[in-house]
Ligand binder design. Structure first.
Ligand code: C2E
Ligand code: CA
Ligand code: CA
Ligand code: CA
Length: 280
C-alpha cells in the first residue's frame, strides 16, 4: 500500500483508458460470451480465523474465451462497467452463485450451511429495481436470504448516498447481508460506516501483503479491526498467502480469512470436495 495525498491509500486497480479496437471487439465478444456460456463461476472459501472452518464462498467470474484462453476479470470487468454489460454479467453470476450454493449445501446435509458472497458493480447496485432482482433470484433458487452476501466497494458509498442507503436498508430488511470490499483505500470513511446498515468489511489485499514488513500497513489493519469491531462489524482479510500472516491476523482479532494459503478460487466441483475445515 502506498500513501497518496491526504488520507488516500492507493492500491492497484484495473483502469480503463480510451476505447481501442481491442475494446470494440472485446465488447462484442462479451455479448456472445453469455449466450455461448463461456463464463464460469469459481469459488474461493472464507474461513473462520480461529477454527479454519469454511463459512462462506466468494463467487469470482472466469471467462473461458474460445481463442484468447482464460481472460482474467480485471481485463474485462472495467470495460463491462464502461459499456453497461456488467449488469447482465453480474445478474448471471448472482443467479448461478445462488443455485450453486443451494446444491453445495444440499450435498453436505450434516455440515453447517455455507453462505455465498457475490460481487456487485456500483452501477448495478445503484440501479432502481436492484433489490427486487435480488429477491427474485433468491425466490427462484431457494437460497435463504441470510446466506447471501453482496460485496460492494467503498466507492459505492461515497456517491449518491441517499439511493445507496435506501438500497442497503431494503436489503437488510429482506435479510441479505452486505460487505464493503477492498476496504481501507479510503481510510477516512470509517466513521461514515457507522450510519450504514452493513455487516462486514473486507480489508484490501495490499494491506495484508505489507503486514509483516510495513509498519503503516500493520497499523491500518489493526485500526480497521478495532474500529470495525466497535461498530459491530466483522472483518475479513483478503489475500492471505503466508502462515505468518494468518497468525498475525488471528492475533489481531480478524474474524475471517481468505487467500491462497487456504485455497485458490476453484470450480464448484472442487470447492464441494474441500473439507469443512481447512488446514494451514
Ligand atoms: P475482488 O473482489 O477483490 O476479489 C479478490 C481477488 O483476489 C480475486 O481475483 C482473487 O482470485 C484474488 N485472490 C484471492 N486470494 C488471493 C491471494 O492469496 N493472493 C493473491 N495474489 N490474490 C488473491 P480475481 O478473481 O482475478 O478477481 C479480480 C476482481 O474482479 C475482483 O476483485 C472483483 O473486483 C472483480 N470481479 C470478479 N468477479 C466478479 C463478478 O462476478 N462481478 C463483478 N462486478 N466483479 C467481479
Ligand atoms: Ca470481492
Ligand atoms: Ca477485494
Ligand atoms: Ca478488487
Amino acid at each position: 500500500a502506498k500513501l497518496q495525498g491526504r488520507n488516500i491509500w492507493q492500491c492497484y486497480t484495473g483502469q480503463i483508458s480510451a476505447p481501442t479496437l481491442e475494446h470494440i471487439s472485446l465488447r462484442r465478444e462479451m455479448f456472445e460470451a453469455i449466450e455461448e456460456q463461456q463464463f464460469v463461476v469459481y469459488y474461493q472459501p472464507l474461513v473462520d480465523a480461529r477454527t479454519g472452518e469454511v463459512r462462506s464462498l466468494e463467487a469470482l467470474i472466469r471467462w473461458h474465451h474460445p481463442e484468447r484462453g482464460m481472460v482474467p476479470p480485471n481485463d474485462f470487468i472495467p470495460l463491462a462497467e464502461h459499456t453497461g454489460q456488467i449488469i447482465s454479467i453480474d445478474q448471471w453470476v448472482l443467479r448461478q452463485a445462488c443455485l450453486d450454493t443451494v446444491a453445495m449445501n444440499a450435498s453436505r446435509p450434516h455440515a453447517q450451511s455455507v453462505a455465498v458472497a457475490v460481487n456487485i458493480s456500483p452501477i448495478h447496485f445503484r440501479r432502481a429495481g436492484f433489490v427486487n432482482e435480488v429477491q427474485q433470484v433468491l425466490a427462484e433458487s431457494g437460497l435463504a436470504p441470510y446466506l447471501l452476501e453482496l460485496e460492494v466497494t467503498e466507492g459505492v458509498l461515497m456517491s449518491g448516498a441517499d439511493t445507496v442507503i435506501k438500497q442497503l436498508d431494503a436489503l437488510r430488511h429482506y435479510g441479505v447481508r452486505v460487505a464493503i470490499d477492498d476496504f481501507g483505500t479510503g481510510f477516512s470513511s470509517l466513521s461514515y460506516l457507522r450510519q450504514l446498515p452493513i455487516n462486514k468489511v473486507k480489508l484490501d489485499r495490499c494491506f495484508i501483503e505489507g503486514i509483516d514488513h510495513q509498519r503503516d500497513s500493520a497499523a491500518i489493519v489493526q485500526g480497521v479491526i478495532t474500529m470495525a469491531h466497535n461498530l459491530g462489524l466483522q472483518v475479513v482479510a483478503e489475500g492471505v498467502e503466508a502462515h505468518a500472516e494468518w497468525e498475525d491476523l488471528t492475533r489481531r482479532g480478524c474474524d475471517f480469512l481468505q487467500g491462497y494459503l487456504f485455497s485458490r478460487p476453484v470450480p464448484l466441483i472442487d470447492v464441494m470436495a474441500l473439507p469443512n475445515r481447512l488446514p494451514v
